[in-house]
Write a protein that binds this ligand. Structure first.
Ligand SMILES: [Zn+2]
Length: 363
């Protein structure tokens, strides 16, 4: 469940945003697609606290001010970077991976997300008998526990309200061989709920060319690709990423004029993460966010959360920010959501079901 602290935080942000009391429930009730959410960034504060005081946790973490760091809602960039390794250290075994997956889905369900693409880097950990494949199985166990539909072409089941797909992330700290293994795993598990591959991680780390062979293989196999792009200024990398023609790009915050024009010409849909971009200082302020320019240029965009747990946000809140800062109406937000069905990595049958859900809402 959402903690009391988080509810208060979201309510106070809504007040700051001057979203009317009437509008928040409407935004929440609206069907939504979440296409850019990292599993480890979705972990609830209450779960982190629970895991931090659990058995063996002292061996994993040694921060004396850990509890206040976990409890804090408006974390600074430095605090976010301090929390990342803590989350990583606390989410090591199969049971925890299954738990945080189930809880992440439950939280998106409460936000009326009808289709979710959750992404995560498959991890190996000999200490816990974990391989990349068993890690993915643990995520699937979370899908099962949450009662969602996640397999390709699966029929709508009674009581199952959400379609979920998994994207396997290549972390920029990994080497070429590990990246290749991840693409192979995505291909092997394509009928079991893995819908694509993502490139993510600290943009200052690693050389993008390391991952080109694996990403090229994904393209050859027909595994859909999304890339974290332009989180820091790196025109050469942005140009090369655009040349690869992935199915989607995440962020694209720091683009020079030539790369910006190339992005617009490419028509590649962009996953927009408003709060994340401001909090991580990729964008100087919400008013300066490039979402407005992309939206006004009719470039395909989709609003996403990135790390709702880490940044204390929700998709409803991101919609509220878009409504307040950029003047989008509820109808425009709904139409933007419906358009994004075409940018998902879902099969055609699932897309048709989603179009039906949005058409009902539009009426
Ligand atoms: Zn991300």
């Amino acid at each position: 469940m959402m903690t009391k602290e988080k509810k208060n935080w979201i309510n106070s942000l809504a007040a700051q945003l001057q979203v009317s009391a009437m509008q928040m429930p409407l935004l929440k009730a609206m069907p939504k697609l979440e296409l850019h959410a990292h599993l480890n960034g979705c972990v609830r504060t209450s779960t982190l606290l629970d895991l931090a005081v659990g058995e063996n946790s002292k061996e994993k973490i040694s921060n004396t001010d850990l509890e206040s760091l976990i409890r804090k809602e408006d974390r600074s960039l430095t605090e976010c970077f301090r929390l990342f390794p803590v989350i990583h250290a606390l989410t090591t075994d199969h049971a925890v991976v299954t738990r945080i997956t189930r809880e992440a889905i439950e939280d998106f369900l409460l936000d009326n997300v009808v289709y979710l693409e959750l992404r995560t880097t498959p991890k190996c950990n000999d200490l816990y008998g974990m391989s990349k494949r068993s890690y993915v199985e643990a995520v699937f166990a979370g899908f099962e526990a949450a009662g969602v539909m996640y397999k390709t072409d699966c029929d709508v089941q009674d009581g199952h309200r959400m379609h979920v797909r998994l994207l396997l992330s290549i972390d920029r700290r990994e080497n070429a061989e590990a990246a290749m293994n991840t693409v192979q795993l995505a291909w092997d598990m394509r009928d079991r709920g893995v819908a694509g591959v993502d490139l993510s991680g600290d943009p200052a780390i690693g050389n993008w060319e390391t991952f080109l062979p694996a990403l090229t293989l994904a393209k050859e196999l027909g595994v859909p690709l999304t890339l974290h792009c332009g989180e820091v200024s790196n025109p050469k990398e942005v140009r090369e990423m655009l040349a690869l023609q992935p199915r989607r790009l995440g962020h694209v915050c720091c683009l020079e004029e030539a790369e910006w024009r190339a992005l617009l010409d490419s028509g590649i849909p962009v996953e927009i993460c408003l709060t994340s971009n401001v909090r991580t200082e990729s964008v100087s302020s919400m008013r300066d966010h490039h979402f407005a320019a992309l939206y006004n240029a009719k470039h395909p965009v989709v609003l996403c959360t990135d790390d709702p747990g880490l940044f204390s946000t929700s998709l409803t809140l991101e919609f509220a920010i878009a409504a307040t800062c950029f003047g989008l109406t509820n109808l425009e937000l709904l139409i933007m959501g419906k358009s994004a069905i075409n940018y998902t990595f879902a099969d055609d049958k699932t897309k048709l079901i989603l179009h039906g859900i949005f058409d009902d809402a539009l009426q």
